[in-house]
Design a protein around this ligand. Structure first.
Ligand code: RRO
Length: 301
């Protein structure tokens, strides 16, 4: 199931969502070998940052709540990782975040020179008031950060959006107008909160966190559907995708590539091969193709 994405040939249409498996080359290579067409690195920030206190991730059965807290060695402290990745045989997206347009630009320029195939702008993390979705809930700030970063990088730019935006389609259009080459939607939903009624306290140390997994899939499908109507750049659709049928659904909403995150935890690293096979089987049974079903939910009967 080869697919051309922004000029790059990917061996499958499946993307590893950011933040799931870190930045280690051996692990990213393993997911690629197991059927992931495009692994995404954990978001890289402007300065060393430890992340929030434990517990940071709780399994709610139908998905996770996380407040990992944007841990990063900082963009200046990743020489070993970049060295390892420099002779890789697989494509990679580097995800980045900042606390201001200037910080985004600084990190993006540096990271771009390290040779990732794509750069993802994380303007959608629910777990920091300074670094996260504060940018991505507003069309003007989304436009400003995309336009500024676009000027200093040499690889295609993917804007990662939050379902917390009042109108995600408007944000996507602002990103496209500012020069984004693709949209990735969605980051985790919320933030939400879960309280343990016996101890009478929130289960996360940070109290609130982003929701992922099957419980958010309908939100992801709706967001991709809305974005598809407002932009002409490709969309990476993700949020609760666990099976081939889930992938088909978000492709029908308008996704070109499909991201998998939480399902890696539920189905293991072989989830990519499994979902690829489930997609192929469904397409064969229905005598159709990825191209034919992309955006199919928008067509009049
Ligand atoms: O690290 C996190 O807490 C985190 C990030 Br950067 C993000 O983009 N989305 C998320 O759910 N968690």
């Amino acid at each position: 199931m080869q697919i051309n994405f922004l000029g790059k040939n990917l061996h499958t249409p499946l993307v590893l969502a950011s933040g799931v498996l870190g930045n280690n080359k051996a692990i990213l290579e393993r997911v690629w070998e197991n059927g992931c067409g495009l692994p995404t690195m954990k978001s890289i920030g402007p300065a060393p940052r430890e992340g929030h206190k434990n517990p940071t991730v709780i399994d709610l059965g139908n998905g996770l709540i996380n407040a990992v807290g944007l841990p990063s060695p900082g963009y200046l402290n990743m020489e070993e990782e970049w060295q390892e990745l420099s002779d890789r045989v697989f494509p990679i997206t580097a995800s980045i975040y900042g606390g201001s347009v200037e910080e985004f630009v600084q990190v993006a320029a540096f990271v771009s020179a390290k040779g990732p195939d794509f750069i993802e702008l994380n303007i959608s993390c629910p777990n920091s008031d300074q670094h996260g979705m504060v940018f991505g809930v507003n069309a003007q700030s989304s436009h400003d950060v995309v336009a500024a970063v676009k000027k200093v990088i040499h690889v295609p730019l993917i804007a990662k959006l939050t379902p917390a935006a009042p109108d995600i389609a408007t944000i996507a259009k602002a990103c496209e107008d500012a020069g984004a080459d693709a949209i990735c939607a969605i980051n985790t939903a919320g933030p939400g909160m879960v309280i343990d009624i016996e101890s009478r306290s929130p289960v996360l140390a940070f109290k609130k966190g982003g929701l992922s997994g099957p419980m958010i899939k309908p939100i992801a499908v709706r967001c991709v559907y809305d974005i598809f109507r407002s932009v002409s750049i490709p969309i990476i659709g993700l949020g609760g995708i666990s099976t081939g049928k889930d992938a088909i659904e978000i492709i029908m909403a308008g996704a070109t590539l499909v991201g998998i995150g939480t399902a890696v935890r539920y189905r293991g690293i072989t989830v990519f091969d499994k979902v690829n096979k489930e997609i192929s089987d469904w397409l064969a049974v229905h005598d159709t193709s990825m191209e034919e079903i992309r955006g199919a939910a928008h067509r009049e009967a």
